[in-house]
Ligand binder design. Structure first.
Ligand code: GRF
Length: 215
């Protein structure tokens, strides 16, 4: 199978981006990170990508008068580099339906909660406020509605008495770094795909490792 050309879109430190880069550096990984793109020129992740020898591009949303023209510039950058697949990793701009539909079935995101709980921001704070006993993270296909796309993989993180937003965020992030490469691998080698609005697993989600949970 040809290695898929993947772009990672970031806005900040890029720790998930690093986990994807490191996974894709293994020769048997069915995809290569061909581009890292940030809407913020000062995103720390850009330097980290360059240090790994990956093209790091900033397309500053502030330089565009409309969301559409900004997204057109991103779309052009992706197409001109023959990108097959997009991973959002802490990309903090809401994407329009135009862009999302152009990349339908070819764009995933990682979100720091067990969706459909806690869509949007401040997920750890809200989980603590609600008193849930399990929290976690989700990789999902991107659809126009925010954080609402078909679920590819989830990792469960227990909430421990005395947890703070920071301590919980730290444990969830550690799982994100394991889950995202695993989910991307499942998609790139065809074990998970988008099929009529659901994720189809060739051997069933459990066999594919779509769930990470404490033993
Ligand atoms: C992660 O928590 C991710 O789930 C969310 O944004 C954060 C990005 O962190 N979408 P990083 O830039 O990957 O370190």
């Amino acid at each position: 199978m040809n290695r898929r050309r993947i772009a990672v879109l970031i806005s900040g430190r890029g720790s998930n981006m690093v986990s994807l880069i490191e996974a894709a550096q293994k020769t048997e990984f069915p995809g290569e990170i061909a581009l890292v793109l940030s809407n913020r020129p000062d995103a720390g992740g850009l330097e980290r990508a360059k240090a790994s020898g990956i093209e790091a591009l900033a397309i500053d949303h502030k330089a565009y008068s409309t969301r559409e023209s900004f997204e057109q510039a991103i779309d052009e950058a992706l197409r001109s580099r023959d990108i097959d697949f997009v991973c959002l990793a802490g990309f903090m701009r809401v994407l329009t339906s135009w862009f999302v539909e152009r990349w339908e079935g070819r764009m995933i995101n990682i979100h720091p909660s067990l969706l459909p709980l806690f869509r949007g921001t401040h997920t750890h704070k809200r989980a603590l406020e609600e008193g849930v006993l399990v929290h976690g993270c989700t990789v999902h296909f991107v659809v126009p509605e925010l954080d609402a796309g078909p679920i590819v993989a989830q990792a469960v993180v227990p909430v421990i008495p005395g947890d703070t937003e920071d301590s919980l965020a730290k444990r969830v992030l550690a799982q994100e770094h394991l889950l995202y490469p695993q989910a991307l691998r499942m998609i790139c080698d065809g074990r998970a795909s988008l099929d009529r609005g659901r994720v189809l697993f060739t051997k069933g989600w459990n066999a594919e490792g779509a769930l990470r949970s404490p033993s």
